[in-house]
Ligand binder design. Structure first.
Ligand code: SAH
Ligand code: SF4
Ligand code: F3S
Length: 477
């Protein structure tokens, strides 16, 4: 049986007419036993926002009595937490859920669920509703807090689709959480995005910019610190806009200072936006030793005309200014960015400007993407006159340039001793340890008696484009 449902509505989401729901979480006691004797599996795609949401969903599953399964086949409930930022990511998920069909036919009692950003896309929801009948439960990013009750409906045999279509969203405090690691924690500071870059689906899938009250954020940092976390990453699509919706001025810098005052060893934040970046944030980074000297500041393009068409709200001149002040005020800071090639109408000259930007800023690394049209966004209606072949070529040229500077910057670390927070054995080679330096450089290293969560001095002996090799000198903590 199907329960009636609404589709997401991208034009309504643009207006953001509803009000933000703020509440404390409470789970219905009756749901505490829903998962007894059952197992769950979550597969997560996309950015840190999704990783953190999956930690909440795991926490909810376990509060309902479910145990974690190692595979989809073993699970009674399998949940796909999806990303919609580029078409390739979506196609991958559609392939995966498509291949669930035989398993569902064999075991109709199994529940397959899909959430995350694909579940907030207008076209996608109707497509999944019609063509992917093996999905029993689909819920959007704004309905995360309702997951246990929605799951109960689906387990009772009602196909359940639940999205919110105003795009205003909620801020729900006190949800359960099962963190994937104890030495590092993601802390949401705000949800949503109001920037509406013309190519981007995130403002539609994640809704309005809404900040958590600072008190809850600081409490969460203190909690994870008490449980042994050495590092927190403050999360938001544009952390620099933190507090604006609460009527606060300079909210992000104030929050950053308060976070630093908790005494946690390492603080990072992700992602920044050049438009809202304030001088006071640079000062706070300089002042507090526990705010790490690395910055991810997505620039997207080196051309002012393209930036304008992207609705980014700054010029390359402004970006350079920020870059220079950062480098001047915070010695040794590493700088990374995101770049898109092949935005509609991007000329070869404009692409060259992006290369010039890479030459000037010599980024420590960059995420580079070929522009992917997203239905419902303004750029999807712009004339896209660049061939796929040309786009691919531009990406290859840019990647080579980015790789060159990444390696040069890493080589400059040769012979130095960096402080590395150990993440445990390297995923690629379990006979060595891996971790990140204060500057956020990936370091693979050898050493005795070092455990996950230790901060160690590592002498750098070799440099590659995207990682360093080294030997632990002492165990400093
Ligand atoms: N809020 C962050 C980014 C979130 S999406 C910010 O503004 O910095 C992560 C990255 O994906 C973006 O920085 C952008 O480079 C890329 N991206 C977003 N939409 C895209 C699209 N339609 N095609 C290709 N890349 C895209
Ligand atoms: Fe997307 Fe732009 Fe918002 Fe980043 S700032 S999430 S790129 S709309
Ligand atoms: Fe993807 Fe949604 Fe994050 S679209 S990048 S999972 S906010």
């Amino acid at each position: 049986m199907n329960r009636p449902y609404q589709l997401p509505d991208h034009s309504a989401e643009r207006n953001r007419l509803g009000s933000v729901l703020r509440k404390d979480y409470a789970m219905n006691e009756d749901l505490r036993y829903l998962g007894l004797g059952k197992k769950y599996y979550i597969r997560t795609y996309g950015c840190q926002a999704n990783v953190r949401d999956s930690e909440t969903l795991s926490g909810m599953f376990e509060r309902m009595g479910f145990l974690e399964a190692n595979t989809i086949e073993e699970a009674d409930v399998a949940l796909f937490n999806t990303c919609a930022v580029r078409r390739a990511a979506e196609e991958h998920v559609l392939g995966e859920i498509g291949s669930l069909k035989p398993l569902k036919q064999k075991h109709p009692e199994k529940i397959f669920a899909l959430c995350g950003c694909m579940a907030q896309e207008e076209e996608m929801v109707s497509r999944i509703a019609k063509q992917y009948r093996q999905i029993d439960l689909l819920f959007g990013t704004h309905n995360l807090w309702r997951f246990p009750e929605l799951l109960e409906e689906a387990m009772n045999g009602r196909r359940t689709i639940e999205v919110e279509s105003q795009g205003t969203g909620s801020v729900v405090e006190g949800m359960p959480v099962k963190r994937s690691r104890s030495h590092k924690a993601f802390i949401n500071i705000m949800y949503g995005c109001d920037k509406f870059c013309t190519y981007c689906i995130v403002p539609y899938t994640r809704g309005k910019e809404r900040s958590r009250e600072a008190e809850y954020i600081i409490r969460e940092i203190n909690e994870v610190k008490a449980l042994g976390a050495k590092e927190v990453t403050l999360l938001g699509q544009n952390v620099n806009a933190y507090g604006k919706d609460l009527g606060e001025k300079d909210g992000f810098t104030k929050l950053l200072r308060a976070a630093a005052e908790t005494g946690i060893e390492r603080i990072r934040f992700y992602t920044s936006h050049p438009r809202d970046y304030s001088e006071t944030t640079i000062d706070a980074m300089r002042e507090y030793q526990n705010i790490m000297p690395s910055l991810h500041l997505p620039v997207q393009s080196g051309s002012d005309e393209i930036l304008k068409k992207m609705n980014r709200g700054y010029t390359i001149g402004r970006f350079y200014e920020l870059y220079e002040r950062m480098k001047e005020k915070i010695p040794g800071i590493t700088f990374t960015t995101d770049l898109i090639v092949g935005f509609p109408t991007e000329t070869n000259e404009q692409f060259e400007e992006t290369l010039k930007l890479a030459d000037t800023c010599r980024f420590d690394s960059a995420f580079t993407f070929v522009y992917s049209p997203r239905e419902g966004t303004p750029a999807a209606n712009m004339e896209d006159d660049i061939s796929p072949k040309e786009k691919k070529e531009r990406l290859a040229v840019l990647n080579e340039r980015i790789g060159k500077y990444a390696r040069m910057n890493n080589e400059a670390a040769l012979g130095k001793t960096l402080k590395v927070l150990c993440d445990g054995p390297s995923r690629k080679n379990p006979s060595v340890l891996a971790g990140y330096s204060e500057e956020n450089r990936l370091v693979n290293f050898t050493g005795e008696g070092i455990r996950e969560g230790d901060i160690v001095d590592v002498k750098i002996t070799d440099a590659k484009s995207f990682s360093l090799d080294g030997e632990a000198v002492t165990s400093s903590k």
